[in-house]
Design a protein around this ligand. Structure first.
Ligand SMILES: [Zn+2]
Length: 508
């Protein structure tokens, strides 16, 4: 800056003396311009000096006194091009999920790193946990000349560019593993779609590649970790990660999830897998934060009891679909309950002396971002107000839903918008009315458009899976989702059923 300041006026004055101006007006104009230029240069130099002082000051603050408030910190790895992979219209796994998370996380003190391009070792990393056939199937569906979507499983799609998007998502997880191994910080991979249902040969449950398993294999084979503990608080059992744990003895997989629930694996708490390295910490439908956090503590204890040495890594599959508002599951957590989960995880990692990587899996309500921001608060030194989680109040509220003249004809369905959100009302052939939740298990397809109602038998059939549910009890009539995978689908998950009272419909 200083040398430019010295040189520029000299060259300018040289120009002015060579071209001796014939007019007085032109000369005074040049002089005014020169003064203005000097003034601007001085101001720029002063601003630079001020900025430098501020920077040095803030670095000193962060390395000194403020450290007590920021015990470690959080770094978030993010790729804005996640939206190039999108599912069919109405699909619950949308780019909006990660956009919500980004907005909520930007309000925290976490630092960010945007991905420039996929890592060159991302595909190699995917190849460690997936077969060549599976990868080439995804690649083929992702070719640039492809139009529309290729269905890889009943609810899982790939489209043009999906393979590259998945490699970028895997890169975020790998960057997070690298960062956590070097820095004493929580490393977060803010990626989508989820990955924990994808297994070696199969895409499933919105997941194309299993990012958590890929990150674990990378940590073991490339970084030379002795062990990796895969922890999972997504409300679904990560059947893909479980399958990976069954073939890799250096990892453990402990999952807190609702059972029974799709994918209907991991519902036996005594089953520890082929190698004895898995834990199914199941909670019942309707579980609140007390039950869910209890299951999470069992997961952390399972890992702590089995590992030795601090050359390890915790990879956390963070799904936020145990929230009360989630359309695909029936647990009852509030966003602030995830502080407790984060605190328990951080404490466990510190006791073991190992780094933590956390990556986004599921979560399909609008509260996901809020819950995510709460989950990282312990690493930002921002959980001093943490109290033990309380049991959720019993759901005994009765609310009016609609007037009797709004009820559909006998044998028909109608969507009614209420002050509590949209509900589907079914009237049976004998005139009894029932209010149903607006989405059908297990895929969350809209009740109104994907449900075939039989007013005589009082059942509603989900067109996606073929399963029939009684509208008065929610019980399954006949086999559970026979159209998809008859062997895996064993237990029924009832609908939320509302009751009729007097002439208007009331829900409980
Ligand atoms: Zn999930």
């Amino acid at each position: 800056g200083a040398s430019a300041l010295a040189l520029r006026p000299a060259s300018v004055s040289l120009v002015t003396s060579r071209n001796a101006a014939p007019f007085h007006a032109a000369q005074s104009y040049r002089r005014a311009a020169l003064v203005l230029w000097h003034w601007a240069a001085l101001r720029r130099a002063a601003m630079r000096l001020l900025w430098r002082c501020a920077l040095v000051h803030s670095v000193a603050l962060h390395s000194g006194g403020v450290n007590a408030l920021h015990p470690s910190g959080v770094k978030i790895f993010y790729d804005p091009r996640h939206a190039t992979h999108s599912n069919a219209k109405g699909h619950p796994e949308t780019p909006r999920r990660v956009d919500d998370c980004r907005r909520a996380l930007e309000k925290t003190d976490a630092t960010w790193q945007y991905l420039k391009q996929a890592r060159t070792d991302a595909e190699e990393s995917v190849r460690r946990v997936h077969s060549n056939q599976h990868i080439s199937r995804v690649k083929k569906a992702s070719k640039f000349y492809r139009f529309g979507r290729t269905r890889l499983a009943v609810d899982t799609y790939a489209k043009r560019g999906s393979h590259q998007t998945m490699l970028r998502a895997q890169s975020l997880w790998l960057d997070a593993v690298d960062h956590a191994s070097i820095q004493n910080e929580l490393a977060v991979a803010l990626s989508r779609p989820p990955g924990h249902h994808a297994s070696r040969h199969v895409a499933d449950g919105f997941c194309l590649y299993n990012f958590a398993a890929g990150a674990a294999a990378y940590a073991l084979d490339v970084l030379g970790k002795d062990w990796v503990a895969l922890l999972d608080f997504d409300v679904h059992h990560g059947n893909g990660v479980a399958a990976y744990a069954d073939e890799e003895a250096r990892v453990m997989y402990a999952s807190a999830h609702q059972a029974p629930l799709w994918p209907n694996t991991g519902d036996d708490p005594s089953d520890q897998g082929l190698l004895g390295n898995r834990l199914n910490a199941c909670v019942k439908r309707g579980a609140d934060a007390v039950e869910f956090c209890g299951a999470w503590d069992r997961c952390l204890k399972f890992v702590a009891d089995r590992v030795s040495g601090s050359n390890g890594l915790l990879v956390v599959s963070a799904g936020f679909d145990a929230l009360l508002e989630d359309p695909l599951a029936q647990c009852r957590l509030r966003p602030q309950d995830y502080v407790r989960i984060g605190r328990a995880t951080k404490d466990a990692a510190e006791t073991l002396g190992v780094p933590v990587v956390l990556g986004l899996e599921g979560g399909y309500s609008t509260k996901v971002g809020d819950a995510f921001a709460h989950s990282i608060r312990p690493w930002l030194g921002d959980d001093a107000d943490l109290v033990e989680v309380e049991a959720a109040p019993k759901l005994a509220r009765r609310v009016e839903v609609c007037e009797s003249n709004q009820l559909p004809e006998p044998g028909a369905l109608r969507c009614v918008s209420t002050k509590h959100g949209p509900l589907t009302i079914a009237t049976t052939s004998d005139g009894a009315a029932y209010a149903l939740q607006k989405r059908l298990p297990p895929y969350g397809l809209a009740t109104r458009f994907y449900g075939d109602f039989d007013g005589q038998v009082r059942t509603i059939k989900d067109r996606g899976s073929g399963t029939k549910f009684y509208v008065d009890s929610g019980d399954v009539r006949g086999p559970w989702c026979p159209a998809i995978l008859p062997k895996r689908c064993a237990a029924g998950v009832p609908l939320h059923i509302r009751h009729r009272r007097d002439s208007s419909l009331a829900v409980r």
